[in-house]
Design a protein around this ligand. Structure first.
Ligand code: SAM
Ligand code: CA
Length: 245
């Protein structure tokens, strides 16, 4: 738009005050503990034109902590891309064991883009955790509806991670509340949308405006949703953790 002011927005600055502070957190607390295979997956993802979509390693580290805290065994992920958060989940949760000789799959991972998933797949295989994953190449909503048709799935998931099309977050939330156990946790990614949710509209790049509106509405909706306990934190691009009551 012609009269739009220069965006007060920088994608590399994140939500912290300085890039140096973010670098400090990564160098001090995150990189030294990041598993080698996640580093490897991050490195090959850099060749992808949309590498910026991958989960930030500090957000990933936090997610692994939550997975352990809720003792997650059965999880669902919407938005896989090359699989950083997926591999992290698979490395963190326990083996599913066997039922009647068949390995129990513990992670349902949904994405419309199998090609991106296949970029990270060799590393997932190298990690020896592929058997924990059921990758569903699909639009997420029909896949969630399909899962809900099986009563064995209702109220059985310990954990969900949502990192796909923001416009559908509220729809995913309704489905996930049916899939999660009471006490189960879902994390929504990018809920601060580069900090734009709190910027004056004129300062936000036009390409970000629509999703900014969606994020603002979703944040308000979650804040008023009595079915969940929430916490929104400025990690990565902003995440909101919801615990099903
Ligand atoms: N969590 C991933 C990671 O750790 O690298 C990043 C996910 S990326 C931000 C978003 C992904 O959502 C893309 O791979 C895209 O194909 C997928 N996606 C977008 N809209 C979708 C939809 N309606 N249904 C399923 N997947 C979708
Ligand atoms: Ca994300």
């Amino acid at each position: 738009m012609a009269n739009r002011a220069k965006p007060a927005f920088s994608t590399d600055k994140g939500l912290l005050q300085t890039p140096e502070l973010y670098e400090y957190i990564l160098e001090t607390s995150v990189y030294p503990r990041e598993p080698e295979l996640l580093k490897e997956l991050r490195a090959i993802t850099l060749n992808h034109p949309r590498a910026f979509m991958a989960t930030a390693p500090d957000a990933g580290q936090f997610m692994a902590l939550i997975l352990k805290l809720v003792n997650a065994k059965k999880t669902i992920e919407i938005g896989v891309f090359t699989g950083y958060s997926l591999l992290l989940t698979a490395l963190t949760i326990p083996e599913g064991g066997k039922v009647m000789g068949l390995t129990v799959i513990c992670i349902t991972a949904i994405d419309i883009d199998r090609n991106a998933y296949e970029i990270g797949l060799p590393i997932i295989e190298k990690a020896g955790v592929e058997h924990k994953i059921n990758f569903i190449e699909s639009e997420a909503l029909p896949a969630l509806n399909q899962l809900l048709q099986d009563p064995k799935n209702r109220g059985t998931f310990d954990f969900g991670f949502v990192d796909a099309d923001k416009i559908n977050y509220a729809n995913y939330h309704e489905k996930l509340l049916e899939l999660l156990k009471p006490g189960g946790v879902v994390i929504y990614d990018n809920t601060l949308w580069g900090g734009s949710v709190a910027m004056p509209e004129v300062s936000v790049p036009e390409s970000r405006l629509q999703t900014r509106e969606v994020a603002i509405e979703f944040n308000k909706f979650l804040a008023a949703d009595a079915r969940v306990q929430i916490s929104q934190i400025a990690l990565g691009d902003g995440i909101t953790i919801c615990r099903r009551l």
